[in-house]
Design a protein around this ligand. Sequence first.
Ligand code: SF4
Length: 234
Amino acid sequence: MKILQKGFNYSQDGPGNRLVYHLQGCNFRCKWCSNADSIPPSNPKSKDITIDDIFNEIMRCRMMFFDGGGVTFTGGEATLQHTELMPLLKRLKDAGINTCIETNGSVPTLKEIAEFVDYLIIDFKHFDNETHIFWTGHDNIQTKDNIGYFLNRGRFIHIRIPVINKVNVFPEEFAEFFGGFNTRNAVFEFLPYHEFGKDKWQGKYEITDGFVSPEIIERFEKAFTQRGLKTIKT
Ligand code: SF4
């Protein structure tokens, strides 16, 4: 697998203390991406590591997976490497390791991959397809299909919405969109815009006025809770 970086993180990439692998390559090009160096399919800084080596490394770290922790694969878009990711996840599940992926939800095989995932995080940027294409360089059709598939089967998913001024500050419309599904086992999180990864764009960063106030985040939380949708903060 092509890995850009790895490290431990507590609670933001799934429950507990987790070993997080950032996989190289993404099929989106979100204009606010904080990991822009993970977007190209290859990068001089990324390394090819066999799934045997990754599995053994994870097993050596298992004492660190406290508070319900485990391993998380994110990106880039981890599911683009599904031919290696899927057997690795299966081996980890068989070994009793808690598994998590964070994904943009755009890969059709996500439904199969998710069989081997304990904690599934799907990022959802915009409900309108044309607007989604403008800001991310990719449509939202498969992402919506996958989200609908999991929600309507009562599968637990954690849906993350990055909230960005002039891009997607539509709390009522987002809540209305998700209100059309069976959301009893879903949780929603709203991530206020930040610019932690701006330097990685090397002068090509296009967002100029993306910050949102705490009141905007509260509007999202209110719109969702009023419709019975569960919200969380990590
Ligand atoms: S989906 Fe994630 S990794 Fe890919 S471009 Fe968007 S923010 Fe970056």
